[in-house]
Design a binder for this molecule. Structure first.
Ligand SMILES: [Zn+2]
Length: 426
C-alpha cells in the first residue's frame, strides 16, 4: 500500500503494529473507550507487556529511576549519550488508545526494524515508555518527564488523585519509585546525555486530515496556564423576589468574564498572535442549585494556551483586571486556585530540518506545523534538550474514545524517525 507521495507500507510491520495496539487496548477497556490511569497497576501492566515484546525480539529492557520502561539495541544499552525517542502510556479517563501509546510504539518499531535488519544506529538510541503525562488524574501534566528533569514541584507532588484523593507522591511510591530524589528536585536524567528527544504523537486537531497528509514535523508547542477551579462567590436569593440592582449573581459574573475574554481573544488573533481559551468545567453546587434560586457560588476551570509567553503573561494580567472590574460591578468575588503553568516550547531547528529531510527521503512531502496540545516534548525542550515531534494524521481529535489513527499513517510517521535515526543527518 502506498500513501503520501510514494511511501510504501511494510505488510509485516502493519500486522505487528496492529497486534500491539489491539493487545494494549484489550488491557485497558472502560465503560466507554480506554482508561489507563497515571501511576496505576494498569500502566505497569502495559509497560510489562512492551518489555516482554522487546525482550522476545532480543532488545535490552530496563526501568529508569521513575519506573519508566527503557528499550534499546543491546549495544546501546550502556551508551552515555543517546537520542531518546518516546512518549507516554497513560490515557485520560475513557480516552482513546493512540494518544501517547503511538509514540512509544513508534520508537519500539524503530528498534525492531533495526534489530531485524542488523542495522546499527550511528548515534545510540533509547526508547522510553513514560508513565503519567495526562493532567486528568492529578491536575499536573507531564509528570514523568518533569520528574526526569527534576522540575516536578512540591505542589504538584501533593496534588490529590481525582478518585481516591491521595497525593501524587503516594501513587508514585506505590508503583515502586524511590521518591527522595524527586522530592529533592534532583534530575533523574542528565539532560546533557540526551543528544535529542523525539516524540511521535497523534495530531489532536484537524489540520493533517484537511491537507490529506499522513504526518508532519512539529515546529513549536503551545504553552499554557490553567486554573482547575475558579470560584465566583455572590449571594443566594429567590429568583422572583430579588430585583436586578440587589443581585450578586456569580453566574452572570462568570458569563461576563468569559465573554470579555472571548472578545480579547479575537483581538489577539487579529493582531496575528496565537491563543486558545477554554472553560471545560462549569458548575453550580448540585446539592444547592435550583431553577428558582440565584446561586451563591459557581466554580469553573480556565485553560489558556499560546505559542507565545508574552501572550500568556498578557492574558494573566487581563484576567485579573477583568475579574476586578466585574467583581466591583456585580458585587461578587473571584477566587483563583493555584495556577498550573507550562512555558511554550520551541522545537530545535536542526532536528526539525533533519526530520523534514527524512520525510523527503521516504517519499513524503516535507511539512511542519505547530502543536496545539502540550506534550512531554515541551519539558525536554524547555530543559534545553534539542527536541522535535512528529504528528500523525488522526480523526476526531484526542482524549476521547473516537480517536482514529490509521496504522498506515502511524508507520509513515515512525519511518520518518527511523530514517532520521539511521540517516546521515547529525
Ligand atoms: Zn499525549
Amino acid at each position: 500500500m502506498t500513501i503520501g507521495r510514494k511511501f510504501v507500507v511494510d505488510d509485516a510491520e502493519l500486522i505487528l503494529a496492529n497486534e500491539w495496539f489491539s493487545a494494549v487496548a484489550a488491557m485497558s477497556p472502560d465503560k466507554e473507550g480506554i482508561s489507563r490511569p497515571a501511576y496505576s497497576s494498569k500502566e505497569t501492566e502495559v509497560l510489562e507487556f512492551l518489555a516482554e515484546q522487546a525482550r522476545n525480539a532480543g532488545l535490552s529492557v530496563s526501568y529508569d529511576a521513575a519506573q519508566n520502561a527503557v528499550f534499546s539495541l543491546p549495544e546501546d544499552a550502556d551508551a552515555e549519550k543517546y537520542i531518546l525517542v518516546g512518549s507516554h502510556v497513560d490515557t485520560v479517563p475513557m480516552g482513546g488508545n493512540f494518544d501517547g501509546l503511538a509514540g512509544v510504539l513508534a520508537g519500539l518499531l524503530c528498534l525492531f526494524r533495526a534489530k531485524a535488519s542488523n542495522t546499527h544506529f550511528p548515534r545510540p538510541v533509547k526508547v522510553i515508555a513514560m508513565r503519567g503525562e495526562e493532567s486528568a488524574w492529578f491536575g499536573p501534566c507531564y509528570i514523568a518527564s518533569k520528574a526526569l528533569m527534576g522540575v516536578l514541584s512540591d505542589a504538584e507532588l501533593e496534588s490529590p488523585h481525582k478518585g481516591d484523593g491521595r497525593p501524587l507522591a503516594e501513587h508514585m511510591a506505590d508503583v515502586g519509585i524511590e521518591m527522595a530524589p524527586i522530592l529533592a528536585s534532583t534530575p533523574l536524567l542528565n539532560k546533557d546525555d540526551l543528544l535529542e528527544y523525539i516524540e511521535l504523537h497523534i495530531e489532536q486537531g484537524p489540520l493533517l486530515i484537511g491537507k490529506d497528509m499522513p504526518a508532519a514535523v512539529v515546529s513549536a508547542i503551545r504553552g499554557n496556564f490553567r486554573h482547575k477551579t475558579v470560584r465566583c462567590i455572590g449571594e443566594a436569593g429567590h429568583s422572583g423576589a430579588v430585583p436586578r440592582a440587589f443581585r450578586k449573581d456569580p453566574v452572570l459574573a462568570m458569563a461576563d468574564l468569559l465573554s470579555r475574554l472571548d472578545e480579547s481573544w479575537l483581538t489577539i488573533l487579529q493582531k496575528g498572535d496565537d491563543l486558545v481559551l477554554t472553560s471545560g468545567i462549569v458548575s453550580t453546587d448540585p446539592a444547592k442549585h435550583a431553577m428558582s434560586r440565584i446561586p451563591d457560588e459557581i466554580g469553573f476551570s480556565l485553560d489558556v494556551r499560546s505559542q507565545s509567553q508574552d501572550v500568556l503573561d498578557a492574558m494573566t494580567d487581563l484576567i485579573s483586571g477583568e475579574m476586578a472590574d466585574i467583581a466591583l460591578e456585580r458585587q461578587v468575588e473571584f477566587r483563583l486556585d493555584d495556577v498550573i503553568a507550562t512555558a511554550p516550547a520551541l522545537m530545535d531547528d536542526g532536528v526539525v530540518n533533519n526530520l523534514e529531510a527524512a520525510m523527503a527521503r521516504i517519499g513524503l512531502e516535507p511539512t511542519t506545523m505547530a502543536s496545539g496540545g502540550g506534550h512531554d516534548a515541551a519539558v525536554f525542550a524547555n530543559a534545553g534538550v534539542p527536541t522535535a515531534m512528529i504528528f500523525v494524521r488522526n480523526q476526531n481529535g484526542s482524549h476521547n474514545p473516537n480517536e482514529a489513527m490509521e496504522t498506515e499513517d502511524f508507520l509513515a510517521g515512525a519511518s520518518i524517525i527511523y530514517d532520521h535515526l539511521v540517516g546521515a543527518s547529525q
